[in-house]
Design a protein around this ligand. Structure first.
Ligand code: GLC
Length: 562
């Protein structure tokens, strides 16, 4: 494949030749079924004006890099007008771009340029809550009890003699009570930060407003939406106490009175009708943390959303048995509803997988220790090749193609994750995966922009940069490029809805999909397997002798029998 050539790294121009099949794939009406979707966290991708904060123009100028990486679509985390109490997931105006990221013209230019490069654009939609600076909420507070605008949120009198206690026992995901009291004595619900009041989806104005917001961005030309907290919009009637339930058991067996209520599905059925009015096969992907993959499948029934993130997969250890289990359960759950499985290892809310796998399993998805970095990277590379070999659609989080670790030693004074402050420093380590990515070996903010960076980058960032890794066949970036190029040329990769498991030593996953065979060794030791065909790609050094392959520990191998 054609390596990316740096004409002039500091001028932020990246040149290469597009993979030949790019356009053909982009034209397919079911492009999303096996799409590889790249998540851009706009604050941290590229800064065009040197203010230390990434922006839309920065993203636009780097689109050729994403095209050459070989992804099909780009999902942008929120760039809307926002006081940034939660990195933009607190939206004050859903139809405006925050000046820190640019303006609507920049959004338009980005969408147009992406289309010219055959890249789809998916934007984030945040319907569970607004910012406390949203006009509706500001007026609701100003107008006092009885204001009709209070009905668009969840305002309630408190419990206790003088209403001094919250209306129920729910806790915020970010720590502390899920209720905050306003000056006149009423309380309002916020499942996240106090600056993120939850909408009341029983109120018709809320639904009308979001249908209109959908049309606004569809008219702007976006190809789809990632729906934030898609499982949270509807609350159980009467907002009942949790009582003895364990709080926030997102992936356990319980259905919470504020999550995964059956009523959410009616909302998505209505949204689907709107989306289908628009040409060009546009899509919805749900961020739905549900107890089981079977419950996740409810979001992607044929008349609802197209995809839902597979957080069960993201939460699985680097362990063959567990991985086989979650792959089977996912494929079985998706088959009856006809939706593609999705696979994801990293995003802006969890510790990067290079760091997760560097640590012992069982620490959850927010980890504060660097662990064994070499081991973590080896496993991360192997895990990525496994993910990209599974049927369905895969999500890549910016910087994982560089093998970036989490930055675990950010000083407390630079942290911005609201959960860090509400959890009294016990939680909220999401800043570690949000550090601006390195583009160049040297230079201010390693090519992120012409100035500083809103979170400090570690000293070793330059060695991990796109510039440093480009053209080095052993680099993680070239592994991703080759893997994605291979995925485009091997029809069996990504397509279909099943895998045929092959017999394999303990701790090893082996499966066939048509003419394609994938082996992933999680056993911690080198193993010998048959050399299944022509070696396509491996995440480590594989030696083949007399029809056998020696697969080192924490390595994934792709073969074709064609
Ligand atoms: C989603 C986002 C996360 C945000 C939360 C509240 O989980 O991914 O970043 O903090 O919703 O909007």
């Amino acid at each position: 494949m054609t390596p990316l050539r740096f004409k002039d790294a500091m001028s932020q121009q990246y040149y290469a030749t597009a993979p030949a099949s790019t356009s053909a794939k982009a034209q397919r009406s079911d492009w999303w079924r096996d799409a590889v979707i790249y998540q851009v966290y706009p604050r941290s991708f590229a800064d065009s004006n040197g203010d230390g904060m990434g922006d839309l123009e920065g993203i636009r100028t780097r689109l050729p890099y994403l095209r050459d990486l070989g992804v099909d679509a780009v999902w942008l985390s929120p760039f809307y007008a926002s006081p940034q109490a939660d990195g933009g997931y607190d939206v004050a105006d859903y139809r405006a771009v925050d000046p820190m990221f640019g303006n609507l013209l920049d959004a338009d230019a980005l969408i147009r340029d992406a289309r010219a490069l055959a890249l789809r654009i998916i934007v984030d939609l945040v319907p569970n809550h607004s910012s406390d600076q949203h006009e509706w909420f500001r007026r609701a507070v100003e107008e006092g009890p009885g204001s009709p605008l209070r009905d668009r949120y969840h305002f309630r009198p408190g419990k206790g003699e003088s209403g001094e206690l919250p209306p129920n026992d729910w806790e915020s995901i970010f720590g502390g009570p899920a209720w905050t009291r306003v000056a006149d004595g009423e309380w309002y619900l916020h499942l996240f930060a106090p600056e993120q009041p939850d909408f009341n989806w029983e109120h018709p104005a809320v639904g009308d407003e979001f249908r209109s917001i959908l049309r606004f961005w569809l008219d702007m030309g976006v190809d789809g939406f990632r729906i934030d907290v898609a499982h949270g919009l509807v609350k159980a009637e009467g907002l009942p106490d949790l009582g003895s339930h364990e709080q926030l058991k997102l992936l356990g067996n319980d259905v919470m009175p504020f999550f995964d209520q059956d009523g959410v599905h009616e909302i998505y059925r209505q949204w689907r009708l709107i989306l289908d009015e628009y040409s060009g096969e546009r899509v919805f992907v749900a961020e739905a943390w549900t107890p089981t993959v079977e419950r996740t499948a409810n979001y992607v029934r044929p008349d609802e959303l197209h995809q839902a993130f597979n957080f069960q997969y993201l939460s699985t250890a680097w362990d063959a048995e567990e991985l086989r289990g979650v792959v089977n359960r996912t494929l079985e759950a998706m088959r009856p509803v006809g939706a593609p499985a999705t696979w994801v290892l990293s995003n802006h809310d969890v510790t990067r997988h290079a760091t997760r796998f560097a640590n012992p399993p069982g620490l959850g998805t927010q980890i504060r220790t660097a662990g064994d970095r070499e081991l973590g990277l080896r496993r991360a590379r192997a895990a990525t090749l496994l993910m990209l070999a599974l049927p369905g659609s895969a999500y890549i989080y910016q910087g994982e193609e560089l093998g970036l670790p989490d930055v675990v030693d950010l000083p407390d004074e630079v942290r911005q994750d609201p959960a860090y402050f509400r959890g009294a420093g016990q939680d909220g380590f999401r800043d570690g995966c949000r550090v601006p990515i390195p583009w160049t070996r040297e230079g201010s903010s390693y090519g992120f922009g012409g100035g500083g960076s809103w979170l400090p980058q570690p000293a070793h960032w330059g060695e991990l940069s796109i510039e440093a890794q480009t053209g080095d066949p052993s680099s993680t970036l070239e592994l991703y490029r080759t893997a994605l190029a291979t995925r485009r040329t091997q029809p069996d990769l990504g397509a279909g809805d099943s895998v045929e498991w092959l017999r394999a030593p303990e701790g090893v996953l082996a499966f066939r999909r048509g003419e394609f065979v994938c082996v992933a060794n999680t056993s911690g030791e080198s193993v010998t397997t048959p050399a299944y065909g022509r070696l396509l790609l491996a995440s480590g050094e594989v030696a083949e002798v007399d029809g056998d392959a020696k697969v080192p520990a924490d390595t994934t191998v792709w073969w074709t029998t064609a």
